[in-house]
Ligand binder design. Structure first.
Ligand code: NAP
Length: 281
């Protein structure tokens, strides 16, 4: 049995489906009641990753855990010790941690300190462990969905700075492979999309998919900061803007790990847009 946290999110939703399709027994973790769209045969457990006690039931009988720190848990919360104690007590053998590329490329960035803390704790916990370090998600473009729907406009900072954004479905596919195949223990995979694409370029892809013009308006860093602070913890906003505005060479380039694990190239941004077009109509 595999316990999947973040099961209602961009990565976890797909991962639950992939594992269930492959015949794995899955326990999907959410703080909310079982969603109406729940995949048949998947057991739902109501728990919060930020509350280790609530996770004990979700971990009962699991051989593996996919661990994702959603929302503000990325920046603050309990130390990893209580959760890892619950993992050990449940007899879980394997932990796959969803971390971030930035945790490794910017080892002193306060915004990613907590992910680094979890990486270190999971690595030294004695469980078979694999760390996934994705770059920016294609699904971050959902932040533009409302203005595209209502004003056919994308508002974003750093319009011409390109990053190899990754489809979260590819992150899920890598996680599924790591959870089901041998040979990934002790590894850390850096996950990127197939090519760098700028926010302006992403707006153009959305425009083409809609068959309608979508304008691009570049925000100042200050305006973007004010906007992002409404839905992201303050600690995370500066770190995210640093990456979006001045990515390091290691954050700009495409890496080989998605192709190596999946034996196919990473999906382009357009593939994510095609699957999520209703959000922008
Ligand atoms: N976005 C990026 O560009 C990017 C890049 C690199 C790494 N990452 C990592 O990817 C992860 C986010 O993945 P995602 O996009 O699939 O998630 P998401 O769509 O933002 O959904 C968050 C998930 O976390 C769960 N969660 C559990 N406890 C939570 C809490 N206390 N607060 C908020 N959510 C909580 C939510 O479940 P319920 O609400 O159902 O409980 C939900 O399933 C983060 O760990 C982030 O560091 C993201």
């Amino acid at each position: 049995m595999i316990t999947v946290t973040g099961a209602t999110g961009n990565v976890g939703r797909v991962l639950v489906e992939l594992l269930a399709e492959a015949g794995e027994e899955v326990v999907a973790v959410s703080r909310r009641p079982q969603p109406a769209h729940a995949t048949a045969g998947v057991r739902w457990a109501r728990a919060d990753v930020g509350d280790a006690r609530s996770m004990r039931v979700a971990l009962r009988g699991a051989r593996a855990l996919f661990l994702l720190l959603g929302g503000e848990l990325n920046s603050r919360g309990e130390s990893p010790d209580a959760l890892l104690e619950a993992v050990t007590d449940a007899g879980v053998e394997q932990v796959v941690l969803l971390s971030s590329q930035v945790g490794a490329t910017r080892p002193a960035a306060p915004s990613h300190a907590r992910l680094r803390e979890f990486e270190a704790a999971v690595r030294t916990s004695g469980h078979s462990c694999t760390v996934l370090r994705p770059g920016a998600f294609a699904s971050n473009a959902l932040a533009w969905a409302e203005s595209v729907r209502t004003r056919r406009t994308v508002f974003a900072p750093f319009g011409d700075v390109a990053l190899p954004v990754i489809d979260p479905a590819d992150v899920a596919a890598v996680a599924a492979a790591v959870l089901r195949e041998d040979g990934h223990a002790g590894r850390a995979y850096e996950l990127t999309g197939p090519e760098p694409i700028s926010p302006r370029g992403q707006a153009a892809v959305i425009s083409e998919a809609l068959g309608e013009e979508v304008a691009f308006v570049e925000l100042s860093r200050e305006d973007a900061h004010a906007h992002m602070s409404r839905f992201m913890p303050e600690e995370a906003v500066s770190g995210t803007l640093d990456v979006l505005g001045a990515p390091l060479p290691a954050e700009r380039r495409t890496g080989p790990d998605v192709t190596a694990v999946l034996r196919r190239p990473a999906a382009p941004f357009g593939a994510w847009v095609a699957r999520n077009l209703p959000a922008f109509r």
